[in-house]
Design a protein around this ligand. Structure first.
Ligand code: FBP
Length: 554
């Protein structure tokens, strides 16, 4: 056992995650049931042309095989695992699930962990994960067992290097544990491997605290549950402080690069006075000034009741969803991709001047209207997948600044507006997984070992029926191409997994919308407290509002 485990960590290490019945008897005792051929969610012809070998594969579900002693041990298999993208609670348990699944196939099976994300795979940097190492990380948060990274695998040179590594290590399968971009990587790599006749298959596993990698078959991405519970604990603590001192407004930016699932779930758990939902802002075509008016109205209304305090939740991706700012960001991404060298080394003001020459007039005006700090943040390098790095944009400060200005203009505003800003993101990504995430991740990993053993190329591990009790969870695999569409990235059309944004006609948003006016005016705050790992099941095994409302379980 690792020396750096706390008292809680040591006790937690002994937790045995639960498995759905189809996986309980080991990876060999699984029957694979195939559905019919599938299609991608959009752009079918284009995706089919890009994935001629893996497109159209059926959804598969696992059921328990016969209980006799046949198939109790098989030939050992060799698997490599990659942790990719942002950390999410439960990653170590996915690896534990793969490890135990491989052991159930043969005690001689080998699991390699590629170091530092996809670059470890490309460059052949790996360690062998043995039982001792695995035991030191069971039920812990973080990705530190092999670390993570955001390298995008996209060139044939990179793919060929991956094939060489897979061949050198005699791998039967590679499992990429990641979000939408990383699983896109998995699908592209799997397609290339098959086209080149490589015997190794590539599978994926749905990770991201953002909660935006979900669909009919992927009910939630792992890590969302724990991360939001962690943020909600902190938000609840801040609410109690706000309600005790009654002198500050707290503006809290919450992670979630695009979708507002984290903000929405945190709102359902804590009942803030304000929670902006990016998808609604976009649907209502609200300008930045209108968003500011909306927030200022609530601040003013509370002040008129003598309440110069409150809590507002701001989704990290908000700016991209405000139509005029969103257009500016995508134009900027395009322009920066094509004129990188020309603006290199310039200071913010000079850069803005130069870039405005290539932007449309409206976008140029929006850029010029923003504070210098935000301008600089919007022009920062995109990540390797072409996304603007929203965690580096201080939207919460921008909103505070603009609301303060707006209130100053209002002659009837007699209150005080003292605002503090917070950003909760990295605080939640490596928390010790909740019981739900510990079990879910372990099951996803175990299911991934079944996909690997059965050579199911281009599949994502899937565990469903998550609100029905683990005995009713169903495991299987989903062809990744089924989730894809074509999007503009780095100034080019690319196949990517379609992000699941907050649905405004979905049950979680409707519940929020039905309550937010009361929450705005009152202190209906709820204080979720810390995640509980032991105790009554209704306290420690609860999932979250989003999945329960989406699945009709409350
Ligand atoms: P993934 O999509 O890779 O899971 O990462 C999500 C996320 O946590 C976002 O919420 C956040 O915007 C981003 O990662 C931050 O990235 P980085 O860790 O590179 O700063």
């Amino acid at each position: 056992m690792s020396d750096n485990l706390s008292v809680l960590g040591k006790a937690r290490a002994a937790y045995q995650p639960k498995l759905p019945s189809s996986l309980k008897n080991g990876a060999l005792k699984v029957s694979i049931n195939k559905g019919t051929a599938t299609e991608s969610v959009r752009d079918q012809e284009k995706i089919k042309a890009l994935f001629p070998n893996t497109y159209g594969a059926p959804v598969v579900s696992f059921t328990p095989a016969c209980g006799c002693s046949c198939g109790s041990e098989s030939k050992a298999i060799r698997v490599g695992v990659v942790l990719s993208g942002g950390q999410a609670p439960g990653g170590h348990n996915v690896i534990a699930g793969i490890f135990d699944g491989l052991q159930s196939i043969s005690k001689e099976s080998v699991l390699f962990g590629f170091l530092g994300g996809p670059s470890g795979l490309e460059n052949g940097k790996y360690i062998q994960i043995d039982a001792k190492l695995m035991d030191a990380y069971r039920n812990t948060g973080g990705f530190d067992i092999i670390q993570s990274g955001r390298t995008k695998l996209e060139t044939t040179e990179q793919f060929d290097r991956c094939i060489k590594v897979a061949n050198d290590l005699k791998l039967d399968a590679i499992t990429i544990i990641g979000g939408d971009d990383s699983n896109t990587n998995a699908a592209v790599l799997g397609e290339y491997f098959q086209a080149k006749g490589a015997s190794c298959v590539v599978c994926g596993c749905p990770k991201t605290i953002d909660g935006d990698l979900k669909n009919e078959y992927i009910e939630t991405s792992f890590g969302f549950d724990t991360a939001v519970k962690t943020y909600s604990e902190l938000i609840g603590n801040i609410m109690r402080d706000a309600n005790s001192a009654q002198k500050y407004w707290h503006f809290i930016k919450l992670m979630g690069r695009s979708a507002s699932h984290i903000g929405l779930e945190a709102a359902l758990q804590t009942h803030p006075n304000i929670c902006l939902i990016s998808e609604e802002v976009k649907a209502k075509k609200m300008k930045l000034s209108e968003v500011v008016q909306f927030v200022a109205d609530i601040v003013a209304e509370r002040a008129s009741q003598g309440k110069n305090f409150g809590v507002a939740l701001i989704p990290e991706g908000l700016l991209e969803f405000i139509p005029d700012v969103g257009v500016l960001i995508s134009e900027l991404s395009e322009v920066l991709a094509h004129h990188e060298k020309e603006v290199e080394g310039l200071d913010t003001q000079a850069k803005v001047e130069k870039l405005c020459g290539w932007l449309n007039t409206e976008s140029a005006n929006v850029l010029k209207s923003l504070p210098v700090g935000i301008q600089a943040q919007l022009m920062l390098d995109r990540d390797s997948h072409g996304n603007v790095q929203v965690s580096l944009i201080e939207t919460e400060k921008l909103i505070i600044e603009m609301v303060a200005k707006e209130l100053k203009k209002r002659s009837d505003f007699k209150g005080k507006f003292a605002a503090l800003n917070h950003f909760f993101g990295y605080e939640g990504r490596c928390a010790a997984p909740s019981n739900f995430d510990a079990d879910y991740c372990y099951s996803l990993g175990f299911a991934a070992s079944v996909l690997a053993f059965n050579k199911m190329n281009g599949y994502m591990s899937s565990v469903r029926n998550l609100t029905k009790g683990i005995e009713n969870w169903t495991a299987g695999g989903i062809p990744i191409t089924m989730m894809m569409n074509i999007e503009r990235r780095h100034g080019a059309d690319k196949p990517v997994i379609q992000k699941a944004l907050v649905e405004l006609d979905g049950a979680p948003f409707k519940y929020f919308a039905a309550h937010r006016d009361v929450w705005a005016k009152t202190e209906s705050y709820t204080y979720p407290g810390p995640i509980q790992y032991w105790g009554p099941s209704e306290v420690c095994d609860v999932t979250n509002f989003t999945i329960k409302l989406e699945r009709g379980a409350m």
